[in-house]
Design a protein around this ligand. Structure first.
Ligand code: KIV
Length: 307
């Protein structure tokens, strides 16, 4: 976000509440109705969602106890090296959704519909949503407000659960003129709240709120019956989502203000690789214990000294 200065990484210190899923704890599959019921005002625990783009990432996220894994179109920036999410196609998303699904997580897998996969017609959108379901998604997510109502209705009619996404919608980077916090004035807030209601009425089972002031997210969360999941939307949502690479410190460059980094894995990985390179160059790797040895016969046959 252009107007979100980078904050220093905060240190997580808070222990999980007693009812939270513990990492590694066996659990049954998380379903859409289970997530749909997670309104905090009804006493439910906040929803935890994390992006993942491949089998190891999904396995790690699931072992960490998240409720939902979003195969985000942010695969574009985080994995494929593109400058924005406009570059990924439905084929890319199908491939990454299938890889995530192979982790067989208990967490619900949500497949993100990429730019131009739901903009042409409701029929085209249903067909692309079905491709994500066939790849292993239990629900799909798409960006946009009132203008998406016909498409959401069509996908829901096809029995595919839809998660909405309003506020800072990265696929709108061109008309937005950058990644900017949305709904900052009363008109913008009213229009976002109207969109949220329209998406709920169209059949969305949950709604991502991205890059909006906390008071706007609180109002939407209060007014909707479906859960809201925030990213850069403050603490009053019914759940929170972060990007895998941001949370784990695997990215490249500054992170937005709303990200809390719980680890610096890029540094850990770089140090490990540098140690490997140094060991190869010094002859310390591989050691005798890391090598296969021939039989005495082989040694004798090769005339190896000491056979
Ligand atoms: O693709 C993505 O990572 C997302 C989240 C930011 C919600 O849509």
């Amino acid at each position: 976000m252009t107007d979100s200065p980078t904050a220093p990484a905060a240190t997580p210190t808070v222990a999980p509440p007693p009812t939270a899923i513990r990492p590694g704890q066996p659990r049954g599959p998380v379903t859409v109705p289970m997530l749909r019921a997670r309104k905090r005002r009804a006493g439910a625990e906040p929803i935890v969602m994390l992006t993942a783009y491949d089998e190891p990432g999904a396995r790690i996220a699931d072992a960490g106890g998240v409720d939902a894994i979003l195969v985000g179109d942010s695969v574009a920036n985080n994995v494929l090296g593109y400058p924005d999410t406009l570059h990924v196609t439905i084929d890319d998303m199908v491939r990454h959704t299938a890889a995530v699904a192979r982790a067989r997580s208990a967490a619900l897998v949500v497949g993100d519909m990429p730019w131009m996969s739901y903009h042409l017609s409701p029929d085209d959108a249903v067909s692309n949503a079905a491709s994500l379901v066939r790849a292993g998604a239990g629900a799909v997510k798409l960006e946009g407000g009132l203008q998406r109502v016909p498409v959401v209705e069509a996908i829901v009619r096809a029995e595919i659960p839809v998660m909405g996404h309003v506020g800072l919608t990265p696929q709108s980077v061109l008309p937005m003129g950058g990644y900017r916090v949305q709904a900052r004035d009363a008109d913008g807030a009213r229009s976002l709240i109207d969109s949220a209601h329209a998406l709920e009425d169209a059949g969305c089972f949950a709604l991502v709120l991205e890059g909006v002031p906390d008071v706007v997210a609180a109002r939407v969360t209060d007014e909707l019956e479906i859960p809201t999941i925030g990213i850069g939307a403050g603490p009053h949502c019914d759940g929170q989502v972060l990007v895998f690479h941001d949370l784990l410190g695997l990215g490249n460059g500054p992170v937005p203000k709303f990200v809390r980094q719980y680890a610096q894995l890029a540094d850990v990985a770089t140090q490990a690789i540098a140690a490997f390179a140094a060991d190869v160059r010094s002859g310390a790797f591989p050691a005798d214990a890391e090598s296969y040895h021939g039989s005495d016969d082989l040694d004798r046959g090769l005339g190896v000294a000491g056979a």
